[in-house]
Design a protein around this ligand. Structure first.
Ligand code: GN1
Ligand code: MG
Length: 367
């Protein structure tokens, strides 16, 4: 176990550290809250970056610095107040970086945002705000002139995820392939349709834009009044299809159960959340979205439970090397819950399409 106090001493923090406690529910990095004694000093978040997954930490932090710097400037120009609660503020090191390396591990620190909350579930009103906020996030970054690198190459490339899945099936390192035959077949049945985004992109019809790529509901901070403060967990901000942000929010926010619910009866796609989120998203992103992007929003709603099902099952087949697990069959339980969600999304496709047509028609009618 690293000496966390020693790690903190590598950063330009102010105040006396009084406590360091594990924080949050992320599946990738290790996160701690660092409390300080003095009133005028902020508390902090300390994170050990998962270097197995984010192999190019220079690129990772340089992306994040570009994104937070760009958003900060926009907020300043717009005369916003309380900016440190609306965009993440990373702490520098004496050699001018925003991360440090110690004993082969990589660390970073940021200011802890006080009186802010994340939620594992949202009601329709919060989803509407979340839709607006993620659309806004994409919109604010649409004129970022620094090209961003792919911190995890092919992160949301469905063809690539299926290739990893097939590799895991072929090598079957944990000997688990036989017991999951049903899910393998269900995945295969949908594989052609689910790779549609890659095809559209190859045909030059679907652009990549800067996206957040991990719009889980718990990656958004709300203040005490329920207003959105900012979007967090910026490791995966990179060029992708807008489907990433739209689809991954619904995967988590519109799931009536948990991502890893053992009781599949709890897991359904909540159309009320879908409608509220879609309305908010189209209000803030509608002005730059192409028809092909809007038309395929129902596809995006299905793509992400599907992709997550493939990713969890691949990790299960590989013997649980990627996601943190709490018990041996955790990745299988997650796979089943994501598949149930996918089925429920599929049942709602026509209703989704109808709702989106309605919102976009009304919007044009207003003009
Ligand atoms: C991971 O770190 P966290 O828990 O926010 C993952 C996402 C998955 C998600 C599933 C870098 O996100 O892509 O959708 O778990 N992040 C990475 O819960 O793989
Ligand atoms: Mg997270």
């Amino acid at each position: 176990m690293a000496d966390l106090k020693d790690i903190i001493s590598h950063f330009n923090v102010t105040g006396t550290v009084t406590g360091i406690t594990p924080f949050g529910s992320g599946l990738i990095n290790d996160t701690y809250k660092v409390s300080t004694r003095e009133d005028g000093c902020p508390d902090y978040i300390l994170q050990r970056i998962n270097h197995n997954i984010f192999q190019n930490v220079d690129m990772l932090q340089s992306n994040i610095e570009a994104v937070t710097g760009h958003i900060r400037k926009k907020l300043e120009n717009a005369g916003e107040k309380d900016i440190d609660r609306k965009v993440l503020h990373f702490i520098g090191t004496p050699d001018g970086k925003t991360y440090c390396r110690s004993d082969g591990e990589w660390w970073r620190m940021m200011v802890f945002i006080p009186n802010a909350h994340t939620y594992e579930t949202v009601n329709p009103k919060f989803s509407y705000y979340a839709g607006k906020a993620f659309g806004n996030f994409q919109s604010m970054l649409s004129d970022l002139d620094k090209p961003l690198g792919e911190t995890i190459p092919d992160f949301h490339n469905m063809e690539f995820r299926l290739k990893q899945f097939h590799d895991a099936l072929d090598s079957n390192p944990a000997g688990r392939a036989d017991e999951v035959k049903y899910y393998i077949d269900e995945i295969e049945k949908r594989s052609g349709e689910m790779c549609k985004a890659e095809r559209l992109h190859r045909e030059g019809l679907l652009p990549k834009r800067i996206c957040h790529c991990d719009t889980k509901v718990n990656n958004m901070m709300f203040d005490d009044n329920g207003d959105v403060l900012c979007v967090i967990d910026l490791d995966t901000v990179m060029p992708s299809y807008i489907f990433s942000d739209y689809g991954d929010f619904l995967r988590t926010g519109a799931n009536t159960g948990a991502e890893d619910d053992r009781n599949l009866d709890n897991v359904n796609f909540d159309m009320e959340i879908f409608e509220a989120f879609t309305k908010g998203y189209l209000e803030s992103a509608g002005s730059f979205l192409l028809p092909v992007e809007i038309e395929n929003l129902p596809y995006a709603a299905a793509l992400f439970p599907y992709m997550q099902c493939v990713r969890f099952l691949t990790d299960y087949l590989n013997g649980d090397t990627y996601y943190k697990i709490q018990y041996p069959e955790h990745n299988l339980v997650r796979t089943k819950a994501q598949f149930k969600l996918l089925r429920s999304v599929e049942e709602n496709t026509d209703r989704m399409r109808g709702y989106i047509d309605n919102v976009t028609e009304n919007k044009f009618a207003d003009k």
